[in-house]
Design a protein around this ligand. Structure first.
Ligand SMILES: [Zn+2]
Length: 131
């Protein structure tokens, strides 16, 4: 796991990127970093982290990570607020995967909030991938 490029696409090793955020060693400093860490959790199958990084008011009972979905790329399109001095943030992203060999594109505008000084995912609006 240490010698693996981080799936979130920042071009650094997992151990120097989302790894310490998933393990709880460090907290995501911005909403974008939290978004990236959650993408990485989907990519490597860490459902426990997904629940932990979910806002208590919207957190599901459990998360099922579909093993057939091979996440390939995350593109952060834009961010609004979500910085070290904010307590809310928006991140618009496109995530690209292959599911049983077919291309799958998820585009979403996600809402994040800071609870007890930690960024968490609140919810998101699906967007048209082709727009
Ligand atoms: Zn990363």
């Amino acid at each position: 796991m240490t010698e693996m490029q981080c799936p979130c696409g920042r071009g650094v090793w997992l151990a120097a990127c989302c790894g310490p955020i998933l393990s709880g060693e460090t907290a995501a400093s911005t909403a974008e970093r939290l978004m990236r860490s959650r993408y990485t959790a989907f990519a490597i199958g860490d459902s426990e982290y997904l629940l932990r990084s979910w806002h208590p008011s919207t957190r599901p009972e459990s998360v099922e990570i579909d093993a057939r979905t091979a996440w390939q790329r995350l593109l952060i399109e834009s961010t609004a607020a979500g910085g070290p001095f904010d307590d809310q943030g928006l991140v618009t992203f496109t995530a690209i995967a292959r599911v049983d060999g077919a291309r799958f594109v998820q585009r979403e505008r996600s809402r994040f909030a800071r609870v007890d000084r930690r960024w968490v995912y609140v919810d998101g609006d699906p967007l048209d991938p082709e727009a």
